[in-house]
Design a protein around this ligand. Structure first.
Ligand code: ADP
Ligand code: ASP
Ligand code: MG
Length: 404
């Protein structure tokens, strides 16, 4: 049985006209004798609206209710897609995750799919039906609705492809594929034909919203090839696959950037074992994600400065926690909003010396100051002022020959 999983993102189902177009795409796959499983996200903007409502109703809205609320957007989109498919003559129905069920583990708001019951869907496929399944959600063993992290429909699609052993998994979105950098931030960005899981995972984790990072991890673990393409224009997209399938002579494959980061510096912290742990433990307890961290070598052996970055949304909470933390002493707390992280990514840098230098020199030529640096085998990230992001992107894109 040749199964194909098709996933449609928020903008692809963002209006009635777009849903009509999506139904045509689905119908075309079905006519090619595929058994088609569809996953949809909520219509664009809907999930954000729901988040807003949860904040308006209570400053302390529980994670359990957050999941119930946020999962509703997908129900609307799926029912509209199924309704349109019926209208144009296809057998189709919507499935909410709990009806299948899709079982998740882990905490609310950030669960992971670990099992999908196939029986009902297989029967429906064999009857010629097209199931339209809600992405982004499942139920846990207490039979409570869960969600799997923002942008999570990508991971729903990958896990469906895994459990149903799909021949193909296509992610339909509002751009033509994965680009060298966000095409909305740099018009010179180029579509990448093939990219490895490792590079895509770094690009996604470092800010390329086009794919959710968890979904790439799941795809890599299960060796599922992903095709990312546009739901508006019928053109070849990007293939995300294993490294050995790729021949690429570029040193850098792509550039990602973040927005809405803030920098927190504790000046004059007592330099003794356990101090970093006592700063970060209460932050992690409060689900605050700490990103880049640097600690300066202490000049006098007694004091040090510690800098880290967080999302600006968490800045107020973070400062409150630090000021209330009796187990740490420091002379000054410096806060800086409006910083951003820019990262160059590529397996090519493993075998090429001098990439770090070229990145720093390029930024220096643009008079852009580097505030924090972090590296791994296939990426280099730097923190800069947010106002310089566009300039930095353009300069690095050119330096590493991604413009052509
Ligand atoms: P969907 O609603 O289909 O899930 P998303 O908004 O989550 O779509 O992701 C698509 C968006 O990702 C694009 O509109 C684009 O602005 C952004 N993006 C960021 N980085 C990249 C990149 N490197 N390549 C393509 N798109 C990117
Ligand atoms: N609708 C969800 C969100 O906005 C899931 C998704 O888009 O994949 O996060
Ligand atoms: Mg998305």
């Amino acid at each position: 049985m040749k199964i194909v999983v098709l996933k449609f993102g928020g903008t692809s189902v963002g209006s009635i006209d777009k849903i009509k177009k999506v139904a045509q795409i689905i119908g075309n796959h079905k006519k090619k004798k595929f058994k088609v499983i569809v996953v949809s996200s909520a219509m664009s903007g809907v999930t954000n609206e729901l988040v807003k409502k949860s904040r308006e109703i209570s400053g302390n809205f529980s994670n359990e209710e957050y999941d119930v609320l946020l999962s509703t957007g997908e129900q609307i989109a799926c029912s509209l897609i199924a309704g349109r498919l019926n209208h144009i003559g296809f057998k189709s129905r919507s499935w909410l995750s709990w009806q299948i069920p899709i079982i998740t583990t882990g905490l609310h708001k950030n669960s992971r799919i670990n099992k999908i019951n196939k029986k009902k869907i297989i029967r429906y496929l064999n009857e010629g039906g097209i199931p339209i399944i809600t992405g982004f959600q499942g139920i846990n063993k207490e039979e409570r609705i869960t969600t799997i992290g923002r942008g999570g429909s990508d991971a729903s699609a990958i896990m469906l492809a895994k459990f149903f052993k799909a021949k193909k998994c296509i992610i339909y979105t509002d751009v033509e594929g994965v680009y060298t950098t966000d095409p909305r931030k740099l018009t010179k960005a180029k579509k990448i034909k093939v990219i490895s899981y490792e590079e895509m995972l770094e690009m996604a984790s470092l800010g390329a919203k086009v794919m959710q990072p968890v979904s790439i991890q799941d795809a890599r673990l299960n060796r599922i090839d992903i095709e990312v393409k546009s739901s508006f224009i019928n053109k070849p997209g990007t293939l995300i696959t294993k490294r050995s399938n790729i021949f690429n002579h570029k040193i850098i494959t792509g550039i990602s950037s973040t927005q809405n980061d803030s920098k927190v510096s504790l000046i004059g912290v007592r330099d003794k074992p356990g101090i970093a742990a006592s700063i970060f433990k209460p932050l992690s307890k409060n689900s605050i994600n700490v990103d880049m961290v640097v600690q300066n070598i202490s000049a006098n052996g007694k004091e040090t400065d510690l800098t880290f970055t967080i999302k600006t949304d968490d800045l107020n909470k973070t400062t409150k926690i630090i000021r209330a933390n009796k187990s740490i002493k420091f002379r000054k707390l410096l806060l800086k909003k409006d910083v951003a992280k820019i990262s160059i990514i590529g397996v090519g840098m493993v075998a090429t010396p001098g990439v770090t230098f070229r990145m720093f020199q390029t930024l220096a030529n643009e008079k852009i100051n580097i505030q924090v640096i972090s590296t791994s085998e296939i990426k280099i990230s730097v923190l800069i002022d947010k106002k310089n992001i566009k300039k930095a992107l353009a300069a690095l894109h050119k330096e590493f020959k991604l413009d052509n």
